[in-house]
Each structure stands twice: as C-alpha cells, then as structure tokens.
Design a protein around this ligand. Structure first.
Ligand SMILES: [Zn+2]
Length: 354
C-alpha cells in the first residue's frame, strides 16, 4: 500500500514537472453553453504556451464528459491512428519552442441526453524523442440564456449566410496569428455572430450577377433594431466596396490594423443596458439615421444593408451580441431570436450557417 502510494506520488511529481513545458488557458475563460434543439454547443478554444526550448506535436485529444450526477456520460477523442487520422482535423498541431498554439475545441456539439456540467480534456503532445507530455484542462461551462428579447433585424426570406458553427469564419479566429496579435485580439466578439442576407424562393441571394452588389436582394433593405436600447457608437461615412470584373472585392474604405473597427465598415452598437450589446455592421454609407446617445425601440429602422468594411464577396448584415462595446476586448454571447412570439429555434431549427 505504502509502496504504491510512493510510486503514485513519484509519478505525480514527474508529471507535474513535465506538464510545465506546456501550459494551457481557455478562451474564453468561462466557456458558455448555447442551447440548441437537440443539445448544446460549446464554443471555446484552447491556447497552449510552450515555455520550453523543445518542439512538440499534438497527437491526441481526449475528453470525458461528466453530468450533474458527477458520472462520466461520454468519452470522445481524436488521435493519430489510421491513414487519415482524426487529429489532422485540428489544423495546427505543432507547438514550437517558446511559442503559442491555438486549438479549437473539436467536441463542440453536446447532445441533451449527455448533459455536461464538467468536461475534462487531455492533450497528448510528443517531443522529438517521442516522449509524451500530457496536458489536462477542466471546463465547467455556463449555460447562457440571452437576456435581451431579440427580433430579427431584416424582414423577408432570410438566409444565415455564415453563422457560428465550428466551420464558420466567425469561429476561426486564431489569437496566435500575426494579424490577430497586431490587433491585440484576445477575445472573439464574433464567436456567436450571424451574417444575414435575403434570398428568393430558390434560396438564391442575388438576381443573376453576384458581382453587381445592387442585384443582391439584401442590398439597400432596411436594418431594424433587434431590441430597444441606447445607441452608443455610429460610423456612417465609409464608402461601399465593389466587385471588379475578375471578382475581386475592392475596398471602398481603408481596413486598418490601427483601427480595428474599420473592419465593420459602417456600423452601430446598441447598449441594451443589461450587459448585452448588439453590433450591426456593413451598412450602406450615409444611411444610418440614429446617433450616439439616442434611445431606439425594437423594430425601429436604423439604416440600410450595404457592402462596407470587411465583407468578403457577399452582401450581408453582420449581427453579433457581445458583452462590451469595446472593439476587440468584447467576447461574443449566444443569442436567439423571437419571431411572432415563437422562438425560431423551436420552429425551424438551429440557426448556424447556410
Ligand atoms: Zn460576419
């Protein structure tokens, strides 16, 4: 008994020494559970810091899901087995000496029958000699219920052109990327964002020529306040982008790393006075009819859909709910919309992408 205890202590000490090579922090620090029809989504990232002079490769990720009864309800893993190993779905796996590595949480979909109040993750890193270092991380996610009663900011047949599922560009913010570092990004305000556009009965978002932004059904349509609140920021002077004959998007305004809000183009932020803020972005120049300090009511017309800022090649309205008005220090919040007294997710499905 004593011998095995000593061995355990020795093993634990060894493990603790090894674990100091790679440290992990969660982004955000308190991950949120967003409720969906069949369960929950857990959007968080793991930021690893390799504090050693060795190089490591991520070989496997394991997760144990514990329910309210503290029993393990599910075990998930990615590993290096087979000819096309599942760990390769995590695009960055190398932790270089004295550098950081961001890994998106691959186990983001949690079903209702496996309600997780606690998740224990274990990451296996191998150094050049094949030695394995295990890095463990525990998550106690918080179920988030949107406080603001939100209505959709556009009327008509709506498409979530891109949303916030695992594959959406709103989710793919790597804080270790040089651009993110220059911007000082440490949070993801668009973690639960939506890009809304309007479509016809066939689901097409433009009449015939997608490079003519005026042929997009959403272009110029009224943008309505998703909920009441105080307008606290407005930019309305950025020229629309256009698309040239080769399909390249030509910026109407300047995108500047020194001015991160420039990526929004024309935008406004509404403070709902409950810790939640709505950002509506990419509006058309000169169409925003409200000013900072003004109180707006749900459904009030604020401006028109445009094509300003970092739009990609699709005319859309970017909407996000966030926890502060600050450009890059905001963290995204889950949001659901109420339509004709019914919650959309109960009627038509989870709103994520496409
Ligand atoms: Zn967007």
């Amino acid at each position: 008994m004593k011998l095995s205890l000593y061995i355990s202590i020795a093993f634990l000490s060894l493990h603790l020494v090894q674990a100091q090579d790679i440290q992990v922090t969660l982004q955000p620090k308190t991950p949120l559970l967003a409720q969906q029809i069949n369960g929950f989504s857990l959007h968080c990232d793991f930021l690893f810091e390799n504090v050693s002079d060795k190089s490591f490769n991520l070989l496997a990720i394991w997760a144990w899901l514990y329910g309210p009864d503290n029993q393990c309800h599910a075990i998930k893993h990615l590993d290096a087995s087979a000819l096309a190993p599942s760990i390769a779905t995590s695009p960055q796996r190398r932790a270089s000496p004295r550098s950081t590595l961001l890994v998106f949480n691959p186990f983001y979909a949690l079903t209702k029958d496996k309600q997780a109040t606690r998740l224990v993750y274990e990451f296996s890193f191998a150094d050049s000699t094949g030695h394995i270092e295990l890095v463990r991380c525990e998550i106690r996610p918080k179920l988030y219920e949107t406080k603001t009663h939100l209505q959709l900011p556009l009327s008509g047949r709506l498409l979530v052109y891109d949303g916030h599922d695992f594959y959406s560009h709103h989710r793919r913010i790597d804080f270790t990327h040089p651009v993110a570092k220059r911007l000082g990004l440490t949070q993801n305000a668009s973690r639960y964002a939506y890009d809304f556009t309007l479509v016809d009965q066939q689901g097409k978002p433009y009449a015939s020529n997608r490079n003519n932004i005026k042929e997009w059904y959403a272009y110029g349509k009224p943008v309505k306040a998703p909920a009441s609140g105080w307008v606290i920021a407005v930019v309305d002077s950025v020229a629309d982008n256009y698309i040239d004959k080769k399909g390249n998007v030509i910026q109407g305004g300047q995108l500047s790393l020194e001015n991160p809000a420039s990526f929004n183009g024309n935008y406004l932020i509404i403070d709902h006075q409950n810790g939640e803020y709505s950002l509506l972005a990419h509006l058309a120049k000169g169409t925003i009819s409200v000013k900072p300090g003004q109180l707006v009511k749900t459904g009030q017309i604020l401006g028109q859909v445009g094509f300003s800022g970092s739009t990609g090649n699709a005319v859309h309205l970017h909407f996000e709910l966030r926890n502060t008005s600050h450009a890059w220090q905001a963290e995204g919040l889950p949001s659901s919309f109420i339509l004709q007294r019914r919650k959309l997710f109960m009627d038509t499905g989870d709103i994520q992408s496409n």
